[in-house]
Ligand binder design. Structure first.
Ligand code: NAP
Ligand code: HSE
Length: 439
């Protein structure tokens, strides 16, 4: 019997995700090797600080503080970029691809920012780029879209794509917990990005939505072409108001395709979802994605969206795919980079024309005529009010006014918001949330 092919793996980054990969790949190596018929070697790893104490034991001779040395090492077959950011991560990724290597990445910011260049480089030099861990942590959504659902076109994909935000939202809603300590806990648990504003301001979700939109539609939509709003202005009162109205609140990515107009709409914002919707009940660090295909109908995926173990699971699945590719020959695999071929003429929808129902929370002076002044403004913009909840506000002499609207559009609601904010009786910046009446 011939010796199994030896595959050398280099991990660039040995933080939360890198250490998870090291730990689980070491523990499950024998099983994986017997299933794949190859020998897997964790050959090298790079870190920024060679003296940092780590949870996994890594021999000093394996460690370097130069990730490019791993990318350029002719002995390394698979380069796992697990550092984050878009500078050195891009350099390492492109260097490895230019040498025809396989790169495995968890870096959605990099893919959103430089995906076109990365895939172009991989094609040109015969490299491959795998990125299962970049969206929704341990949920194999990339494989589902690219392989399992290849027969479909996708009018709608939506879901929770950020574990940190869902963890924070859940704690605020269920424990009435204040925002700051919950965010600190999400960081301690290894869910949050090094720059936490990527999570709470919606950018991480936008990066992931961009990756899914590209997979499903073959079009790169950048965050500047989306609505991107985060969770920082939500208060416990918003969750109570939403519950009174029969809704939960989730930070959602919503990707819709209008095939007749050939437009793609990608948006990220806290959203009121009917409480009977399964995704409204997905809590903590869990993510969930609803994918509607024209052939299959609606399918639903849920699981841990962040954290060491779930993310390592996704990275190791890519390493296994990469190993199979190396064993059987690099041309042997892959249905295609995307589920969809690039759509000629498909363009991002104009943001102002996006239609939705809305939730507006205002803190107003509790005095006669306020409601009439608010209604005058909404009616001037042809925004039709569906319900009103008035209750006490924290400030003495003030009231909290929550309006929901019938369907309107972004242009009308933004203009309404601007005029409301300018009213003397409106005491602070109004909060706008969108309502999605998805089943
Ligand atoms: P992390 O804990 O901050 O680890 C980053 C690792 O990269 C560390 O080992 C760090 O070295 C090293 N590093 C960072 N900058 C470097 C530089 N300029 N040069 C050399 N080494 C550098 O980050 P993480 O949470 O593991 O995330 C890694 C990637 O996975 C990111 O793209 C993130 O978005 C993605 N991701 C994370 C999760 C999650 O739940 N954490 C889930 C899915 C995807 P030191 O250890 O010496 O500082
Ligand atoms: N910070 C990200 C999250 C990590 O919380 O979802 C997983 O991509």
């Amino acid at each position: 019997m011939s010796e199994p092919v030896v595959i050398n793996i280099g991990l660039c980054g040995l933080g939360t995700v890198g250490q998870g990969v090291w730990k689980h790949l070491s523990a499950n190596r024998a099983d994986l090797e017997s299933r794949l018929g190859v020998s897997l070697r964790l050959a090298r790893a790079s870190v920024r600080d060679l003296h940092k104490v780590r949870d996994v034991k890594v021999a000093a001779r394996v460690l370097t503080d130069d990730p490019l040395a791993i990318a350029n090492d002719p002995e390394i077959d698979i380069v796992c970029e697990l550092m984050g950011g878009t500078d050195i991560a891009r350099e390492v990724t492109l260097a490895a691809l230019r040498l025809g290597k396989i790169v495995v990445s968890a870096n959605k910011a990099l893919i959103c920012g430089h995906g076109a260049e990365i895939f172009r480089t991989a094609r040109r030099y015969g490299g491959h780029f795998f990125f299962e861990a970049s969206v929704a942590g341990g949920i194999p959504i990339i494989k589902a879209l690219r392989e399992g659902l290849v027969a479909n076109q996708f009018p709608r994909i939506y879901g929770i794509l950020n574990g940190t935000c869902n963890y924070i939202i859940t704690q605020m809603e269920q424990q009435d917990a204040p925002y700051a300590p919950v965010l600190a806990e999400a960081k301690r648990l290894g869910y949050a990005e090094a720059d936490e504003s990527l999570d709470v301001d919606g950018w991480d979700t936008a990066h992931k939505a961009s990756v899914l939109a590209w997979l499903a539609h073959g079009v790169w939509v950048k965050p500047r072409q989306m609505i991107v709003e985060g969770i920082a202005r939500l208060t416990p009162a918003d969750f109570k108001n939403a519950a009174t109205l029969g809704y939960g609140i989730k930070l959602l990515a919503i990707i819709t395709r209008d095939f007749a107009r050939n437009e793609l709409c990608v948006r990220v914002h806290p959203t009121l979802l009917p409480e009977a919707n399964v995704i409204a009940n997905v809590n903590g660090v869990f993510n969930a994605i609803s994918v509607t295909g024209d052939v299959v109908g609606t399918t639903l995926y849920s699981g841990r969206g962040a954290g060491q173990d779930a993310t390592a699971s996704a990275v190791i699945s890519d390493i296994a795919d990469a190993a199979a590719l190396l064993k059987h020959g690099k041309g042997a695999h892959l249905i295609g980079e995307t589920s969809a071929p690039p759509r000629k003429g498909c363009r991002p929808a104009p943001l102002e024309s996006i239609r939705s129902r809305y939730y507006l929370r205002l803190t107003v002076r509790d005095e006669p005529g306020v409601l009439a002044r608010v209604a005058t403004i909404t009616s001037r913009q042809a925004v039709s009010i569906a319900s009103v909840i008035q209750g006490p506000a924290e400030t003495p002499g003030a009231a909290s006014l929550v309006l929901t609207t019938h369907e309107s559009n972004e242009r009308a609601i933004r203009s309404t918001l601007k005029q409301l904010a300018a009213l003397r009786s409106v005491l602070d910046e109004p909060l706008l949330l969108r309502i999605a009446d998805f089943d």
